[in-house]
Design a protein around this ligand. Structure first.
Ligand code: ZN
Length: 194
């Protein structure tokens, strides 16, 4: 089922996700719905917060984008095939930077039509549980590293606007204010109805 993607201005985007203690049938259903939602929106990553669940859960798939925006992957210290590693489910993920930040373009499904240069470490070490609840660990770089850092930020209530430089954020302010206004107006409408 395709779920509505919540937009900037919705309070859930600012909530830190709760840890997932067990991969229940409900969590499996949510994971399937998140993939369907992400694919329908042509996204490379989606966090549970973006479909109104404040949980430590994100789904990713960089395989379609791999030709234009490459990624690197290392499993047990050896280079591995990124496309074969997709799609990816990360539960309770932990991310550690392994090198210096680099700047690159980013968008977000909760901020339609808004893009900006964001600086993040080029490579990261990731540890998480997969959809079966098994521990996985890997090192990645390029688009995958960027996408994972963007999604893990969501799981902690952090948005890419928080990582923009002041000048970029100031330039985008009218669009951001408008988006926030529309989201809050829609929320107020739904509250009145219920
Ligand atoms: Zn996002």
């Amino acid at each position: 089922m395709i779920l509505p993607v919540i937009k900037y201005g919705h309070p859930i985007l600012r909530q830190k996700g709760a840890r997932i203690e067990a991969v229940t049938p409900e969590i499996r259903r949510l994971i399937a719905d998140m993939f369907e939602t992400m694919n329908a929106a042509n996204g490379v990553g989606l966090a549970a917060q973006q479909v109104a669940h404040a949980l430590q859960l994100t789904v990713l798939d960089v395989s379609e984008a791999s030709a234009e925006r490459p990624s690197t992957l290392e499993l047990d210290g050896k280079p591995a095939d990124v496309v074969k590693f997709m799609p990816l489910v990360l539960i309770n993920p932990e991310v550690k930077p392994v090198n210096e930040p680099v700047s690159g373009g980013e968008g977000c499904l909760s901020f339609p039509e808004i893009y900006a240069e964001i600086s993040r470490p080029e490579s990261v070490d990731v540890s998480a549980l997969n959809a079966k609840g098994e521990r996985i660990a890997f090192r990645c770089g390029g688009l995958l590293a960027k996408a994972i850092q963007h999604e893990v930020d969501h799981l902690n209530g952090i948005l890419f606007i928080d990582r923009m430089d002041k000048k970029t954020k100031a330039e985008l302010k009218p669009e951001l204010d408008e988006l926030q206004f529309i989201t809050k107006a829609e929320l107020a409408k739904t509250k009145k109805k219920s």
